[in-house]
Design a protein around this ligand. Structure first.
Ligand SMILES: O=P(O)(O)OC[C@H]1O[C@H](O)[C@H](O)[C@@H](O)[C@@H]1O
Length: 320
């Protein structure tokens, strides 16, 4: 047998494609979920573009969601991260917005999934994704007749949810698509999951002005120099002295659980219903108030005004 001088060498193995983020859209078109190659995940209901789950790579849930949250699109979701727009609470004395229900219509409208993107700068060493951005849209044309009637302005909203390795970024772009100016408020109503509210403290709100919605009448105060602790029903709108770039951190005992940094969102609402949760039909278990704290980044003091064609943007990064 003649030995071939030039044996063909084995074909070098084709490199396996770098792991990509998996984005799934449910069959009923009602929710979108994304999982990073490293295991972190997020789930968003198109109803309200409500984030209903955010898990770290070990599968540990970061958000609190009521066991009785209504998920069929007939009521705002109790838990996760609902969006508040164009009014925070109700505004009976703000003529243009006075007919809207509590927290507006963004959380009770069905949004459109606009698609995903990943940025090259966020690639891992092996070329896989270390973050994925999911975009959702809502415009005046898609509103229910009742909402259109209550707030007859032309707008376009883009809400982006970026899942990273140890963070979740939510940002909103608001555009005035009409020919007249209008005003709005916006807020990201994050329900953060904690193990035991009695040892939770929130730093970054020290020596700041806050509106206390629990006192009767509502009062304006200055917070002490210590972090905020929760020992009863709490509903406060803080304007942190350090401005939006100062992080607000949530700790349990000595362990830092979350850090929230804000962009263009000057206020931070801290809410825990405490035992009042027992009288809320969609709040379960009744003792669940011990396992959650709402730390809500928003632009809710006064109004943001957009002239025809103008755009506003605001957002938050929650990291752990
Ligand atoms: O029951 P909801 O309409 O979802 O509102 C829940 C809470 O949202 C915010 O945190 C407000 O500051 C509270 O006053 C309100 O109770």
């Amino acid at each position: 047998m003649v030995d071939r001088p030039k044996k063909p060498s084995a074909l070098s193995a084709t490199p396996a494609p770098a792991p990509q983020a998996q984005v799934n859209i449910s069959h009923s078109n009602s929710r979108v979920s994304a999982v990073l190659p490293s295991g972190e995940s997020v789930e968003i209901l198109l109803y309200g573009a409500t984030i209903t789950s955010w898990k770290d790579k070990a599968g540990e849930e970061k958000l609190w969601l009521s066991e009785k949250a209504v998920m069929d699109g007939s009521k705002a979701v109790r838990g996760g991260i609902p969006l508040v727009f164009p009014v925070f609470g109700t505004a009976p004395s703000h003529e243009a917005t006075s007919k809207l229900p509590q927290h507006g219509f963004a959380r009770t409208s069905t949004w459109e999934f606009l698609g995903k993107s990943t940025s090259e700068s966020s690639e891992t060493k092996d070329g896989g994704d270390s973050s994925v951005k999911l975009d959702f849209g809502l415009s005046s044309a898609e509103l229910s007749e009742a909402s259109k009637k209550a707030w007859p302005y032309s707008f376009g909203l883009i809400y982006s949810v970026t899942l990273g390795k140890d963070s979740l970024t939510t940002s909103m772009v608001v555009r005035n698509e009409g020919g007249e100016a209008w005003e709005f408020q916006a807020l990201m109503h994050s329900y953060l999951r904690v193990a035991d509210i009695s040892v939770v403290s929130v730093a970054g709100l020290e020596s700041s002005t806050y509106v206390d919605k629990v006192t009767n009448p509502i009062s304006t105060n200055t917070s002490p120099a210590e972090p905020v602790t929760i020992t009863g029903k709490t509903d406060r709108v803080y304007t942190p002295t350090g401005g939006p770039s100062t992080a607000v951190t949530v700790s349990e005992g000595s362990k830092k659980k979350f850090a929230i940094t804000r962009d263009n969102l000057n206020e931070v609402v801290v809410w825990n219903p405490w035992v009042d949760a027992k009288s809320m039909a969609d709040f379960a278990p009744a003792e669940g108030y011990r396992n959650m704290i709402c730390v809500e980044a928003g632009a809710v003091k006064g109004w943001q005004k957009l002239e025809a064609g103008e755009t506003w943007e605001g957002g938050q990064i929650i990291s752990y």
